[in-house]
Design a binder for this molecule. Structure first.
Ligand SMILES: *[C@@H]1O[C@H](CO)[C@@H](O)[C@H](O)[C@H]1NC(C)=O
Ligand SMILES: *[C@@H]1O[C@H](CO)[C@@H](O)[C@H](O)[C@H]1NC(C)=O
Length: 459
């Protein structure tokens, strides 16, 4: 991360910074395919989607003379390849006009793909070979997030794209065409529909932490979120009721994320000690999809997990915070230190929260103590980004961006992480009492009660 504070120095160095970034990007393209470790190939497998899960109602279309189906699931398999596609976005930020298809690929079976475009006003399909960029943050799993970039031919405005292997056999050509809409073609209005949106990837393992979920969403709302996008693999029936309520009110958007039907996903973050073939339920692909999905609808995007809240310490909300950060640093990506509020330290508060005790899940308001950070230990930061500056994102930082990243000082804002203790041996007295979240107590309690009333108490 570069720190170039004086504005003059910064401006004069700008061309160099961009050059360095683009060189780094090219190297990443070349260096990302690991060729040793071929043993994992033998473990490679693909699960067949569960019957009835996805393809029940297919919209048949004929586009540019080709019969096919419109994409109606969040994940589309490329025929005869271990590649899964999520979404296609028009992108012209790097010069030429491209369609970027975000997906998940087996790094050891790098099939070359081609885009079959249906361009506006054309009568025939136009075929273009895709360039494959496997994201370098695959955490050694055999599958990783990937971008497939197809240059849009001159005069072609693709409305839809279908993706196949570049050297498809006649057999494969017979396979059904699935047309994905190419989104983000209608670009930035000058104003954004929302100032802040939040990306939450991914709910899995029958996720049922309903109380913490409501508290987190209400904190995001208090801090300025106009939309929270949640990638949903599986959740409990209580949590589903909460989701349905929030979807109805428009605050939450749920993206179905049935990734476990396609790849053996891992519940952990590193291969091979966490079994599975794809990092953490495909979190990286979901996050990247979320960045592109919101690119022109929100001014800023907050990338955290549902057990995390970025809390300003000197400002009332994210808008004031980011205005301050922009004045001070002029960065496009702000990184916030992770601070663990461990489950081993939970404050009673008498009978104050009695009514909430019947709701499944954690009460983050009881967590007022955090573990002191160790400066020598890697800090898994989370981010607030200008999505239009992000080309590829990882979980704790942006991999490729058109702008600088800045780590926010711990006295300005930090990320609260309500989770299992990282250092369970620490005595209670060595934890730091932190009441920053409690500054919002009146509004937070009122808002949470309102939701619980509607969803569980039928008041
Ligand atoms: C979340 O995913 C589960 C499992 O697929 C599904 O049953 C549930 O309906 C989903 N919830 C929403 C709100 O989409
Ligand atoms: C709780 O909220 C009230 C009302 O806004 C405020 O006066 C009080 O200081 C807050 N408590 C804490 C610990 O910040």
């Amino acid at each position: 991360m570069m720190k170039l504070r004086p504005p003059v120095l910064f401006l004069s160095l700008l061309p160099t910074v961009f050059l360095l970034l683009s060189v780094a990007y090219k190297f990443r393209r070349i260096g990302s395919l690991v060729r040793d470790d071929r043993h994992v190939l033998s473990n490679s497998s693909v699960l067949t989607p569960k019957p009835g899960s996805a393809s029940a109602k297919i919209d048949r279309v004929t586009l540019c003379g080709q019969r096919g189906a419109l994409q109606n699931t969040s994940i589309v398999r490329v025929p005869h390849a271990n590649i899964f596609l999520v979404s296609a976005y028009h992108d012209r930020r790097e010069g030429g006009r491209s369609t970027r298809v975000i997906g998940i690929a087996n790094r050891y079976e790098p099939d070359a793909l081609s885009c079959r475009f249906c361009c506006r006003g054309r009568s025939e399909i136009v075929t273009v070979t895709a360039s494959t960029y496997i994201h370098s943050d695959h955490f050694d799993f055999p599958y990783g997030a990937a971008d497939f970039l197809c240059a849009e031919p001159p005069g072609c405005l693709p409305g839809h794209v279908s993706v196949r292997r570049a050297r498809a056999t006649p057999d494969e050509e017979e396979a059904e065409w699935v047309f994905m809409p190419v989104r983000n073609r209608l670009r930035a209005p000058r104003t954004f529909a929302r100032e802040f949106s939040v990306c939450i990837s991914t709910l899995f393992g029958n996720y049922g932490n309903a109380l913490q979920f409501v508290q987190a969403i209400e904190m995001y709302r208090i801090l300025g979120a106009g939309r929270v996008t949640v990638y949903n693999t599986s959740c409990s029936s209580e949590l589903n009721r909460v989701l349905l309520y929030y979807v109805e009110t428009g605050l939450v958007e749920v993206v179905p994320w049935p990734i476990a039907d396609y790849v053996r996903v891992s519940k952990g973050w590193h291969y091979p000690e966490h079994p599975g073939e794809l990092h953490y339920y495909g979190q990286i692909a979901a996050l990247n999809d979320c960045v592109y999905r919101h690119m022109y609808s929100t001014r800023y995007l907050v990338l955290t997990d549902i057990d995390e809240v970025i809390v300003p310490l000197k400002h009332a909300d994210w808008k004031d915070l980011v205005r301050h950060l922009n004045d001070r640093y002029g960065a496009e990506i702000y990184l916030f230190e992770n601070h663990v509020f461990p489950d081993t330290a939970s404050e009673e508060f008498g009978s104050k929260f009695q009514a909430w005790d019947a709701i499944p899940g954690v009460n983050i308001m009881r967590r007022i103590r955090r573990e002191p950070n160790q400066p020598e230990v890697f800090n898994p930061t989370k981010m607030i980004v200008n999505p239009r500056a992000v080309l590829q994102t990882s979980v704790h930082s942006a991999l490729n961006a058109l702008g600088i990243s800045e780590t926010v000082p711990g006295d300005t804002a930090i990320m609260h992480h309500y989770r299992a203790a990282k250092r369970p041996d620490l005595p209670l007295e060595s934890l730091v009492v932190d009441l920053a979240l409690w500054r919002y107590n009146a509004t937070l309690i009122r808002n949470v009660n309102k939701v619980l009333n509607r969803v569980f108490w039928n008041v």
